[in-house]
Design a protein around this ligand. Structure first.
Ligand SMILES: *[C@@H]1O[C@H](CO)[C@@H](O)[C@H](O)[C@H]1NC(C)=O
Ligand SMILES: *[C@@H]1O[C@H](CO)[C@@H](O)[C@H](O)[C@H]1NC(C)=O
Ligand SMILES: *[C@@H]1O[C@H](CO)[C@@H](O)[C@H](O)[C@H]1NC(C)=O
Ligand SMILES: *[C@@H]1O[C@H](CO)[C@@H](O)[C@H](O)[C@H]1NC(C)=O
Ligand SMILES: *[C@@H]1O[C@H](CO)[C@@H](O)[C@H](O)[C@H]1NC(C)=O
Ligand SMILES: *[C@@H]1O[C@H](CO)[C@@H](O)[C@H](O)[C@H]1NC(C)=O
Ligand SMILES: *[C@@H]1O[C@H](CO)[C@@H](O)[C@H](O)[C@H]1NC(C)=O
Ligand SMILES: *[C@@H]1O[C@H](CO)[C@@H](O)[C@H](O)[C@H]1NC(C)=O
Ligand SMILES: *[C@@H]1O[C@H](CO)[C@@H](O)[C@H](O)[C@H]1NC(C)=O
Ligand SMILES: *[C@@H]1O[C@H](CO)[C@@H](O)[C@H](O)[C@H]1NC(C)=O
Ligand SMILES: [Cu+2]
Length: 628
């Protein structure tokens, strides 16, 4: 392990600026939460093997960022890795601040090795769990962490009883392969790389071993009767996961940093990019219980193997509390009250079948947004309708590309939206910068292709006969790589129906939109049919999501208001789909006033050519320790 001291790593410097808003004549404390993220490579050992991994501040998962709603955040990135890096603040709305969205060559030049960059953004009008991750092919598998937003008025203003403790539960993967190579392979259509294990909070758990010695697992210690808020994040590249704890139920209270009506369930379904906040009450007989995260596979015939289940343990505190301030430590082999004696093997939960996608469908279908002062009304009038078919296709192999896929060397797999596969050609200026300065990225200037509003041809999208290569599928497989964008007038209400298809696979698609939350109006199995499905829209309290899990061989209908000017990436959060092109840019035009238009880039914003002259601003940042 590389031994170095970290410069003020994840320090939240104390102090608070107090702004006196003349209008309200009330003091409102606004704070700057400041972090330094050193991106570097360290050796970590799992499964008997030392592996070089790229991490932030030597940690996997990376450091959490904890803020209070309304705070300003400044994160100084020090790139000591050999890779070009950007960090995306997943789910942060970045109002009028697209410059800090962290998508390479779309919103900024990547941070080169041995360079620094500072992200500045405000976290306004959002509460709950989000996360941050590198937006570089595959490297997000080891470059990620939680972003926790607490209410301005303290934990007492949660719309549920204040939990005893709040615990991030980050589901991830352990990769022994070089992730930068895996990223290149995926871009070139190879699906042959797999992780070596799944993880909970970076731990592989006892289903994995080194020469028979089990790997450490994550342990959540609980006190009987107490309430815990689990902030569940799926940071994995490949799979949706089911999370269960033997002998316990969850009450889901938020998803994607939006409160939901409390929903009690014994299983949480969380797709890559999604977050779920759930209350766990330690109300089972004291003992130990496995917490299991199991990947969800597409229905058979499924193309991807293998899958890895991981587990940790919920361990009841074995100390006996006398209720008079005295706790007595008990030996762990000592029999407890009723229930499971300590020291026995933890109780194992019964998991859904590996290919059972119904549990996920029900979970997502049961989320409704909580009535909350900040909950906006669902827009009823729709200005733009898009129908986006998600699938795979084939493009001709380009010269110089390693086309080791299918039928010799002629074609490679691509992932598509309406028969176009996203590809950023070698540009020197990020799209957002070109768009802002009118040197490109504008509608009709010929630099980008417009994403079609619907697929070029209607077919039976969910016919399983399209999954294997064959005559039926062959007609639909040719596709092309383009730099695709769809422009929206400022303030337009956009309805998008995402249709998962059976083209060469039957997988679900967690669709993520940057800079906006989407109202998830409805989901369904099979082909979307407006004639009957519009009637099923929830226009009263649909959940608001930044990542919408589009069911396997099914669809999801969403609406959003395009009122945040900028160039926003919209893509599948399965890394292989994203790398293969299941993406597009949603470009929201400026509004009629300065206050509704994208401001110029920050003073210290680097352009791709002049990193050398990049100025590290030394603004006096004043911060506070978060928590009221
Ligand atoms: C990782 O381990 C390898 C082999 O032991 C060693 O050569 C390398 O210097 C180490 N790298 C770091 C960053 O510690
Ligand atoms: C990093 O990006 C620059 C362009 O900004 C490119 O020239 C260079 O090859 C990239 N380096 C790596 C290691 O990918
Ligand atoms: C980047 O930041 C680190 C830590 O603050 C500093 O030591 C280093 O000189 C900076 N590098 C550049 C190129 O500005
Ligand atoms: C954050 O909020 C402060 C105070 O309202 C404002 O001055 C600043 O410009 C905002 N920063 C960003 C990046 O939006
Ligand atoms: C884990 O244990 C099994 C069975 O004992 C063994 O076959 C396997 O090699 C072990 N894995 C590692 C990485 O040592
Ligand atoms: C609390 O109760 C226990 C059990 O009755 C007793 O042993 C202990 O001394 C008490 N502690 C105090 C501080 O009263
Ligand atoms: C149990 O009691 C011991 C000794 O008082 C203490 O060190 C330990 O932290 C306690 N465990 C928990 C989970 O509270
Ligand atoms: C909610 O979940 C239950 C099973 O727990 C299921 O029967 C029901 O159909 C789900 N509701 C929706 C709207 O999906
Ligand atoms: C699509 O294909 C499925 C499976 O073969 C079939 O059940 C369904 O009826 C077809 N739908 C249409 C509209 O043809
Ligand atoms: C998809 O696009 C490719 C390349 O432009 C074209 O050859 C093919 O006909 C299109 N497919 C359909 C179904 O329109
Ligand atoms: Cu996808």
């Amino acid at each position: 392990m590389k031994n170095r001291s970290l410069p003020a790593a994840s320090a939240i410097v104390a102090a608070a600026i107090v702004f006196f808003l003349s209008v309200m004549a009330l003091p409102v404390a606004v704070a700057v939460v400041e972090h330094t993220f050193v991106v570097s490579q360290v050796n970590m050992t799992h499964l008997c093997k030392e592996t070089l991994v790229t991490v932030v501040n030597g940690q996997l998962p990376g450091p959490p960022i904890e803020v209070t709603e309304g705070d300003s955040v400044a994160v100084h990135i020090v790139n000591e890795s050999p890779y070009n890096i950007t960090i995306h603040w997943h789910g942060v709305k970045q109002r009028l601040n697209c410059w800090s969205d962290g998508v390479p060559m779309i919103t900024q030049c990547p941070i080169k090795p041995n360079q620094n960059f500072t992200y500045r953004f405000n976290v306004t009008g959002q509460e709950g769990t989000l996360w941050w991750h590198a937006h570089v092919p595959c490297l997000r598998a080891s470059l990620h962490g939680a972003l926790i937003i607490r209410p301005r008025n303290g934990a007492s203003s949660y719309p549920f009883p204040k939990p005893h403790k709040e615990i991030p539960i980050i589901i991830g993967e352990w990769w022994e392969k070089d992730l930068s190579v895996v990223g290149r392979n995926m871009r070139d259509g190879s699906l042959d790389d797999d992780p070596s294990a799944s993880t909970i909070n970076g731990k592989l758990g006892d289903l994995f071993n080194c020469s028979g010695a089990p790997e450490d697992g994550y342990v959540l210690e609980v006190e009987p009767g107490k309430t815990y808020m689990l902030r569940v994040i799926n940071a994995a590249l490949f799979y949706e996961y089911y999370l269960k704890i033997a002998g316990h139920k969850f009450t889901v209270v938020a998803a994607d940093a939006n409160y939901v009506n409390p929903y009690t369930t014994d299983v949480i379904a969380v797709s890559p990019g999604e977050t779920v906040d759930a209350i766990l009450i330690a109300d089972a007989p004291p003992g130990s219980y496995y917490m299991v995260a199991q990947p969800v596979k597409a229905p058979l015939p499924d193309t991807r193997t293998p899958v890895y289940v991981t587990r940790g343990v919920v361990q009841y505190n074995s100390n006996r509390s006398y209720g008079n301030g005295t706790t007595e430590q008990q030996s762990s082999s000592h029999g407890a009250n009723e229930g499971i004696p300590f020291g026995d093997a933890p109780v194992v939960p019964e998991m859904p079948g590996m290919h059972n996608t119904v549990v996920s469908f029900d979970f997502h279908g049961n989320l409704t947004s909580l009535r909350h002062p900040r909950r906006p009304m669902v827009p009823l009038r729709v200005d733009e309708h898009l129908f986006i078919a998600l699938g795979l296709g084939m493009t001709p192999c380009r010269r110089g590309q390693s086309c080791n896929r299918r039928k010799g060397d002629e074609r490679i797999i691509a992932a598509t939206m309406n028969n176009v596969s996203f590809h950023l050609s070698s540009i020197r200026t990020p799209i957002l910068e070109a768009h802002y300065y009118h040197t490109g990225g504008r509608k009709d200037d010929g630099t980008l292709l417009e994403l079609p509003d619907r697929p070029p041809r209607t077919f039976n999208f969910t016919d399983p006969a399209l999954i294997p290569e064959g005559d039926k599928e062959a007609l639909l497989e040719p596709t092309s790589k383009e730099t695709v964008a769809r422009w929206f007038r400022h303030g337009a209400t956009v309805e998008v129906v995402f249709q998962s298809t059976a083209l060469l696979q039957g997988s679900s698609n967690p669709m993520h939109l940057h800079g906006h939350d989407m109202y998830l109006l409805a989901q369904g199995h099979g082909n979307y049919d407006a004639a009957k499905d519009v009637a099923r829209y929830n226009l009263v309290n649909p959940p608001m999501k930044n990542t919408v899990h589009v069911p396997n061989l099914g669809w999801a209908a969403v609406r959003f208001v395009a009122d945040n000017p900028g160039v926003w990436f919209m893509h599948c959060h399965y890394e292989f789909h994203l790398s293969m092109g299941m993406a597009a840019m949603f470009i929201v035009e400026d509004g009629p006033t300065v206050g509704r238009s994208l401001p110029p880039p920050p003073m210290d914003f680097a352009t791709c050519g002049n990193y050398e002259s990049y100025l590290q601003t030394k603004k006096s940042e004043v911060s506070h320790v978060d928590g009221v």
